[in-house]
Design a protein. Sequence first.
Length: 397
Amino acid sequence: MKFNKNKILFVVCGVMLFFAGGIISLILFHSVESINTTRYDKKDTDSVIIEHVRVKKVSRQTIYRTLSVPGTVLPYQQAKLYGMVAGYLDEIRYDIGDFVKKGDLIAKIAVPELETELKRYAAELKRCKAALKRDQANHNLMNIIYNRLANIQGNNPDMVSVEQVDEARGKYEVAQAEVELAKAMIGVANSNYQRIKVLLSYSEIRAPYDCIITDRFVDPGALIQTATSSQKDASPIVHIMDIDTVRIQFYVPETDVPFIKIGNTMRLDLKKLTGKVFEGRITRFARALKEETRSMLAEVEIPNKEHHLKAGMYTIVTVVLEEHPDAITVPAEVVLTEQDKAHVYTVENGIVKKLPVQMGIDDGVQIEILDGLTGEEMLIVKGRNLVSEGDIVKSSM
């Protein structure tokens, strides 16, 4: 009885294995058939339909090639003001950060010796002028006497001798010489007076132009040395800058130098520092490259009446090197390259076309197309990596 139970169990297991094998064979058969059918469909169909391909029409716009380099903000003009005469600093009226108008007195040096000398020469000049008046009066008198005696001698020779006339003429000529000498003495005295007056004016340090005080080097009471080429220890009094207009200096790499021209537009990005973007045009450039860096200095002047720009600021200067209006442009991401050759995918009547193109300016967002497109094509902007030339697609904007 026990043997029969084992036999029945063996038969049941065999039947189950038979049916399992049949099911597996059927599944494999359908899988192979499906694969063959797929291969057959692909072989007999020239294109694959891809859904949800987005397209965009080629655009025409002005495109720019720009150069972005570091730049430095500099004052339009600046100077360190020195004393031209030796003395003690009597007063200084402005300090760091103060605005000064042209001609305003910034500092004054005490030079009592020059003041005394000026008074002396003023008195000397006054004395010489008085002497001139005296000599002119004597000259006029001698002239009258000489003319009178000469007339009398001519009309009545017996009344006035020739010797008297000659004597009168001699006195007249002496008086005339004294007048000329007095005039010369006035010239000398006036020259000395003016010289001391000029030296004394050097004791007043005045602003040569509208400016701001950016540094101060001495305090009242300090000994100021005469600033000459032989006096190297002379200390400046103040440092001034004119920032109503500023200069932006930057260096242009050698490869971009041919595109730099007077009047090139530029943009100065100082949003982080001032919240503003400034625009200007190239004012001048060096027309020569520095051998150390192979770069050329260029400069832009920008009005700065509100003084948003400060001397010494670091900035990024963006210069427009080339401008191409009405250029055929495409988004940078739609241009693909194979073996250093660029192409784009377009859709025409639902069929993908691969068009070789020649690129121009690339600003990182848009690329100029010089050749290969007419401007009427529909570019594939999404799904371009999933298509090949000749594929049938459904497109939407």
